[in-house]
Write a protein that binds this ligand. Structure first.
Ligand code: ADP
Ligand code: MG
Ligand code: ZN
Length: 591
């Protein structure tokens, strides 16, 4: 039964394609256009803005997926001017509401908010406006807590509903409904009552989080399964994506940062994301000691300081804010020219959101990530308890270590989108500086590592990545070295990239152990070890060869796609036969 229902809903959403909604011959089309220009002083709609407005003005439940900075707010602010009564906006952050209300009032639009911070007389006025036919109020912003706990408020809304004054419920950051999401808010669960309490009032959910699972979850919770889903492309053509090898020495890394901030980004503002709270302060202090105007931001600092950091950065008092991901929802600074990740994010999804805070004005901006293998274990050991935690981090490792594929196209595959590499236009390092790619058989290295791991197991010892590498290179404790093997003729970087490759392709795996103060990641043989040990197998890893001219890589890719060499086939084709030799997949399959 459920399945049948799902199928019907899927058909319904397929039918309601965005094209049907993009017209400008709806009864309200002229009024929309004129208000866009006269009130908002905007010349043209951006993609998906008009379809969204047409849909909610047609009382259609809608979810709008649009990347950060795409212009979601306008999709409910502008229609509010055309409706009887008002649009109720549910918004998770007070700061976000305050910004919007101020901006709306500057345009002469009557907007109110209800939160704990709202002054008494103002909330009184707002409460009265709800049921006042003559009130000019067009938008009312509330926190989800207010919806969940405000009984008088809900009674008021019920009355307004009877008066047909509620034109739409706009739920901003609607992914907060889903426990799969990164910003789950329990109070959002209460919103399931909207559809039954206020039948006929359309719901508009807005978010930049686009995974299918979250989307389904949100529809279910809000009881709007099969609603219209409008999804704009998540490609941000103005962002340049780059991965840099992170120097092993802190000092060197810092110098590279300072160089970036004082040369390339001199006079420009940006964000540095760190993994830990401690890192925000450390990096910030070090940057300050080099004369850079930096400020830090994290979840545990004093709220007054935190707000000061935010506004100081907004106003340009600080060039850079060094922050954890707590610096997130609602950061609306258009001219962020760079987002630097000091280390990898928890998932591609998070990385996309965080780096997406750059270039909201549409002008070029950079998203640089500093990658180093040891950082991987710092991140996995904080997320390994969640079901998909480690898998998500490995998705990130794949992004960081891929030597040929367009970074954009890797991001796209995480949003079930396909962006052709020629659409990147050299706006990622792999496209801008292409190399010839060759396949390198890492089987012998894999087997050496297995020998070392098995040798340690016999001695009842577990190996961290560091210990494993030391033993491999005949350094560190001599008891852990395997006698009669030679250290590999590899640079440390190459060795690390081999370990990363073996990890994300399941030839190695991490095993986590709690200690009193931390979690330690040990390296073990992975689920594919038997396969790796079989006689006839190769384990091919892509490595960089000669440097190519820009644009040349596309040609080599095309050539690959038409040839039938085993390495060019899609990932995880474990049974590919190549000249009688079994070839193991070289690329990780991405979901
Ligand atoms: P989102 O909520 O999708 O992250 P916002 O609604 O905060 O994005 O809008 C981001 C910026 O884009 C705002 O400064 C807004 O004024 C601007 N904007 C929205 N729509 C348009 C448009 N059609 N043309 C130009 N600028 C727009
Ligand atoms: Mg928004
Ligand atoms: Zn690219």
């Amino acid at each position: 039964k459920e399945a049948a229902k799902d199928r019907i809903q899927a058909q319904k959403s397929a039918h309601l394609s965005s094209r049907d909604w993009d017209g400008n011959n709806f009864p309200w089309s002229n009024e929309l256009e004129s208000n866009l220009k006269e009130v908002f002083k905007i010349e043209d709609f951006r993609p998906f803005q008009r379809p969204t407005m047409n849909a909610i003005l047609s009382k259609e439940d809608t979810i709008l997926l649009m990347p950060t900075g795409g212009g979601k707010s306008l999709c409910f602010q502008l229609p509010a001017l055309l409706v009887n009564g008002f649009i109720l906006v549910i918004c998770p952050l007070v700061a976000l509401m305050e910004d919007q209300i101020m901006a709306l009032r500057r345009k002469g639009i009557s907007a109110f908010m209800l939160s704990q911070n709202t002054p008494k007389d103002e909330s009184k006025l707002a409460m009265m406006s709800i049921t006042d036919k003559k009130s000019p109020m067009k938008l009312l912003y509330v926190t989800p807590e207010r919806m969940a706990k405000g009984k008088t408020f809900m009674n008021k809304l019920q009355k307004a509903y009877e008066m047909e004054r509620i034109a739409c419920f706009a739920i901003d950051e609607v992914h907060c409904c889903s426990e799969w999401g990164h910003d789950f808010r329990p109070d959002y669960l209460q919103l399931h009552v909207l559809k039954t309490m206020f039948q006929g009032v359309p719901i508009l959910g807005l978010t930049a989080t686009a995974t299918t699972k979250i989307l389904m979850d949100v529809q279910k919770l809000l009881q709007i399964q099969g609603c219209l889903v409008l999804k704009s492309s998540f490609n941000r053509p103005n962002l340049y994506y780059e991965v840099r090898p992170k120097p092993a020495s802190q000092e060197e890394y810092l110098q590279e940062l300072v160089d970036l901030l004082t040369h390339k980004y001199a006079g420009n503002s940006g964000i540095i994301y760190t993994t830990t709270i401690k890192d925000t302060e450390d990096t910030c202090n070090k940057l300050r000691s080099k004369g850079i105007k930096a400020v830090y931001y994290n979840a545990v600092m004093d709220p007054v300081m935190r707000s000061r950091a935010h506004t100081g950065w907004l106003e340009g008092k600080y060039q850079v804010v060094v922050a954890t991901i707590a610096f997130g929802l609602g950061i609306d600074k258009p001219n962020v020219r760079f987002v630097i990740h000091q280390s990898l994010s928890k998932s591609m999804e998070s990385f996309y959101q965080e780096s997406g805070r750059a270039g909201r004005d549409g002008l070029p901006a950079d998203c640089i990530l500093f990658y180093r293998l040891p950082d991987v274990f710092k991140v996995t050991s904080t997320v390994f308890t969640t079901r998909t935690g480690v898998e998500n981090v490995y998705g990130m490792v794949d992004y960081c270590t891929n030597v040929s594929r367009c970074r954009r196209s890797i991001i796209a595959s995480h949003f079930s989108e396909v962006w052709k590499s020629n659409e990147c236009k050299g706006m990622c390092d792999n496209c801008k500086f292409p190399y010839q790619v060759t396949n390198y058989d890492v089987k012998k290295h894999c087997l050496s590592l297995y020998n070392i791991i098995e040798h340690a197991e016999e001695k009842d010892t577990k190996l961290t990545n560091q210990k494993l590498q030391e033993a491999w290179f005949h350094k560190g404790a001599s008891a852990l070295r395997v006698p009669n093997t030679k250290p590999p003729a590899l640079s440390a970087t190459k060795a690390e990239s081999i370990i990363a490759f073996l990890l994300i392709n399941s030839y190695l795996r991490e095993d986590f152990h709690y200690t009193l103060y931390s979690t330690i990641s040990y390296i073990k043989k992975g689920p594919r070890s038997a396969e790796a040990k079989s006689h006839s197998s190769e384990i091919l890893m892509e490595v960089r060869g000669a440097r190519l001219q820009e644009g040349q890589l596309e040609k080599t890719h095309e050539a690959k796609e038409t040839s039938c060499s085993p390495t060019s086939r899609p990932a995880s084709s474990k049974n590919d036969q190549a000249g009688g030799k079994k070839v193991l997949s070289t690329k990780r399959s991405l979901k």
